[in-house]
Design a protein around this ligand. Structure first.
Ligand code: NAD
Length: 543
């Protein structure tokens, strides 16, 4: 029971720490990395407060140091998905009836734990298990995750405050009911913050959740569960299971109490999930909400009025930070002939200066890709480009998986604007460049719009305002996050709500109120303060 109209603490973006030599955060993080490397973490599933292990124990290795063991997790099966759903449904009523301020406090406390005492641990776990350098881990696992939690609390309060008007003698109200069943959260390997946000956003809105993290993110997913428990999240509200994706997907889509899926991952998997849900619609008690943020083929368009150094930095960072494994990573660039020689020279010099290796050595800018399947897929594109006519590898092209999954940052130059690496998501450190004739800028914008099925992020670099306006208009549907004179990566919660349309997802904008609205079912209540007592209207009277 609430006895006040509470306002929530003002959300803010967690400041990004520098980890410069000698800083206290650097010392603590290095100590934590050492400590984690000395242990072998045992990671059970978490179902309704129980730790669940199976006979199928699997080892976890840093992608950059394959001989090292970080720990073990246990692969479950369909029965575990059912158990997790039952555990969630068991606590549903209690969780829904808890006043929203109590739910808010749990997640605000989790944000403070992440940005405080757990900062080093969640960063270290992300660096080791997902091969992120310290800066990439800090902006993801510590800052973005804390931002998601704090801003979502603020958005929840704003949503609850939205009320209908009331005519004289009437009181109209709107309440935001949690959904009537369980939400299934499916998360990708590449962002610890997304892994934390996808189960917690529906839970904050009063829902119960079964969460299946990616197999290659389980090590830091375990830290997330530790933080949620420490913050006081009741057992059973978020249940973490480690099962094969399709096994979990089948149980989810055929369960009558399935009310929504919160997905981030590949377009291919999302389309399979959507199809399975559609095929089973007769089984569901309600129409499930389908929220999915998926792949991208993100572009950088350069006009000849652009500043060359700004373009070069945007490409070096935008295409290669976190080894290009960001859904927003620049992966195709359109450069005017007049600027190409200068851009090429400076960009190649930048890329060749990247130091490559494990993130434990803080001087390494560039680390390994996530796993063998990703390594094999990415290198198959590189090998193809080496043999194809009309394409040239102007930088990188080498790879080696003897110690870890290392692929050199690679730039392909193509004469064919429809070449396969201009169209398909590679999800690795591969940038493809097409050089256009300066006078063909406007036609080139049509090409950018039509080349790929995705529409996630994109950037235009120009000084000329008419050109910026032209690109913004012609590419209006080509990107859900559009950047002017900036790289297409690095969206910040509360500042650039994130998501794309076309094959890139349902564009429900994580990190905004729009996403939270998907996890509630509004109920409108009309109360008549002065109910009529006679059915006859005045017009029925005789003249
Ligand atoms: P993925 O699609 O391989 O896996 C995502 C999740 O789905 C995993 O937990 C996986 O186990 C599960 N899964 C796989 N098959 C399934 C099935 N048949 N049924 C149910 N679940 C299944 O994605 P990934 O490789 O972990 O992540 C990379 C992808 O994520 C890229 O395509 C990237 O663009 C995308 N991504 C998008 C955004 C965004 O906001 N748009 C953000 C991050 C990543």
């Amino acid at each position: 029971m609430s006895r006040g109209m509470y306002s929530v603490p003002k959300a803010y973006n967690e400041p990004v720490l520098t980890y410069a030599p000698g800083s206290p955060e650097r010392l603590e993080l290095k100590r934590t990395i050492e400590e984690l490397r000395r242990q072998e973490m045992d990671i059970p599933m978490r179902i309704g407060g129980e730790e669940v292990r199976t006979k199928d124990r699997r080892s976890i290795h840093p992608p950059h140091a394959l001989r090292h063991i970080l720990g073990y997790y246990y692969m479950g099966e369909a029965a575990h998905v059912h158990r997790a759903i039952d555990a969630a449904l068991k606590v549903r009523t209690g969780w829904q009836e808890l006043p929203w301020g109590q739910r808010a406090a749990i997640f605000l406390r989790a944000a403070d734990l992440i940005s405080g005492p757990y900062r080093a641990k969640i960063n270290a776990a992300t660096m080791l298990s997902q091969s992120k350098n310290v800066h990439q881990a800090e902006i993801d696992a510590a800052c973005e995750f804390a931002d998601f939690l704090r801003f979502n609390v603020e958005f929840m309060a704003e949503i609850y405050q939205q009320q209908p008007i009331s005519a004289k003698g009437i009181w109209n109200r709107m309440e935001q009911r949690p959904l009537e069943g369980f939400v299934y959260a499916l998360t990708p390997f590449n962002f610890t913050s997304i892994a934390g946000n996808l189960p917690s956003a529906p839970a904050l809105m009063g829902n119960v959740v079964v969460w299946k993290p990616s197999n290659t993110q389980i090590y830091s997913a375990n830290v997330i569960m530790e933080i949620f428990r420490e913050a006081g999240l009741p057992e059973g509200v978020i249940n973490m299971i480690t099962v094969p994706g399709p096994v979990g997907g089948k149980v989810m889509s055929t369960h009558p109490d399935f009310v929504g899926v919160h997905f981030t991952g590949s377009t291919e998997v999302f389309k399979k999930i959507w199809k399975a849900i559609g095929e089973n619609v007769m089984l569901h008690n309600t129409y499930p909400k389908i929220v999915g943020e998926t792949g991208g083929k993100d572009f950088v368009v350069v006009h000849n009025t652009a500043n060359v150094n700004q373009v070069v930095t945007a490409l070096s960072r935008g295409a290669f930070e976190y080894q290009g494994q960001k859904c927003s990573a620049a992966s195709r660039a359109y450069i005017p002939r007049s600027l190409w020689t200068e851009i090429k020279e400076k960009m190649v010099a930048d890329i060749q200066s990247f130091k490559i290796g494990g993130p434990e050595d803080f001087t390494n800018f560039f680390n390994a890709v996530i796993d063998e399947a990703a390594f094999d897929k990415i290198t198959s594109y590189i090998d193809k480009a080496k043999g194809d006519p009309g394409t040239e590898i102007i930088c990188g092209g080498g790879y080696d998986k003897s110690e870890g999954y290392f692929i050199d940052p690679t730039v392909i130059l193509t004469e064919d604007p429809h070449y396969v690496t201009m169209r398909e998501e590679i999800f690795g450190p591969v940038l493809t460049i097409y050089v256009y004739e300066d006078e063909g800028f406007e036609d080139m914008l049509d090409l950018v719009d039509k080349t790929s099925p995705y529409a996630l992020t994109g950037a235009v670099f120009a000084k000329d305002r008419f050109i910026i306006n032209l690109a913004s208009e012609k590419l209006v549907n080509a990107a859900g996050n559009f950047y002017i004179n900036d790289k297409p990566t690095g969206a910040v919660v509360g500042q650039q709500p994130f998501g794309g349309a076309r094959a890139s997802g349902t564009n429900d904008k994580s990190g905004s109120y729009l996403n939270l609205l998907r996890w509630v079912s509004p109920r409108t209540i009309k109360e008549n303060l002065n109910p009529p007592q006679d059915y006859r209207y005045p017009f029925l009277e005789n003249d």
